[in-house]
Write a protein that binds this ligand. Structure first.
Ligand SMILES: [Zn+2]
Length: 278
């Protein structure tokens, strides 16, 4: 017996022509209806298996991949070869709910997800989609390691709070007084002037701060100088996460059970939400 169906579920070949298999047709329609009613792939598969319905004579079990494929099978809309089984409106309804079942990660989350680790065991956090359609982050070692409520939104909020703490003045200024040069003073003045403008030129500010940092780094050979300068640049961007700069600065973003989020910088320094860096 063939392991795979030669033709999509819901159809049969009679005399070389594809026709509707009436028994299977009602199952296909039932699947679309259950999905439109909010059931997940898995619960639909379980339902069909429990009802003793077979995908193939040799396959008594349904899995969520079969359901997913059927919900995306355009042949059910009807075409030259296949008669219509699913009305356009029901098909579109399924496509629309599919979007809510597989929410895509925001670009910020995409850029930073490799940094997200469990504060207890150091494992990288994993993301899953719940049957309700919302996402959850969890520690693969143990569900007790982090709070159950870690979502994309809560992570972004925590990182944004961390970023706010990187604001100017909360860090020790890079102290290069002994080796101040005309050039560093000019750059510092330039930064100050840029910051007083009503329309902040963020990229320009960033660039100037980097230039100053590079200079100070050379002058002081201070291992934190470059990092501090970047952190200060971050602090000025209060509203939005700068995933790119965070990525350059941070080695790990550690999340624990109480959702106290810590940023472990590449230099080894640690910043925590709700605490000033000492
Ligand atoms: Zn863990």
């Amino acid at each position: 017996m063939a392991q795979n169906r030669k033709i999509s579920y819901g159809y049969q070949i009679v005399g070389g022509v594809v026709t509707v298999n009436k028994d299977e047709e009602s199952i296909v329609q039932g699947i679309y209806q259950m999905y439109a009613d909010g059931l997940s792939y898995l619960s639909i598969a379980t339902e069909l298996t429990n009802q003793g319905i077979r995908y193939m004579p040799s396959k008594p079990e349904w899995n969520k991949n079969m359901i997913a494929r059927m919900l995306q099978n355009k042949n059910y809309l009807g075409n030259e070869k296949y008669p219509c089984i699913i009305p356009e409106i029901l098909y579109q309804q399924a496509q629309a709910s599919m979007k809510t079942y597989t929410p895509t990660e925001s670009s910020d989350i995409k850029k930073l997800k490799n940094k997200l680790v469990c504060d207890i065991c150091g494992q990288h956090l994993k993301r899953r989609i719940k049957a309700s359609g919302s996402e959850r982050w969890y520690c693969p070692s143990s569900p007790s390691h982090i709070s159950l409520k870690v979502t994309d939104g809560s992570i972004i909020k925590d990182i944004s709070n961390l970023q706010k703490q990187f604001s100017y003045g909360q860090l020790n200024q890079v102290n290069c007084s002994s080796v101040l040069s005309i050039e560093t003073i000019q750059l510092q003045n330039e930064i100050d002037a840029l910051l007083t403008q009503t329309e902040l030129q963020v990229e320009k500010i960033k660039e100037t701060i980097m230039k100053l940092a590079a200079l100070q780094y050379d002058l002081c050979a201070n291992e934190y100088a470059m990092e501090d300068a970047k952190i200060q640049a971050l602090g000025r961007r209060q509203k939005r996460i700068d995933a790119e700069l965070l990525d350059q600065l941070i080695a790990d973003i550690r999340i624990n059970k109480n959702q106290i989020t810590k940023a472990v910088m590449k230099s080894g320094r640690i910043f925590m939400k709700g605490e000033n860096h000492g």
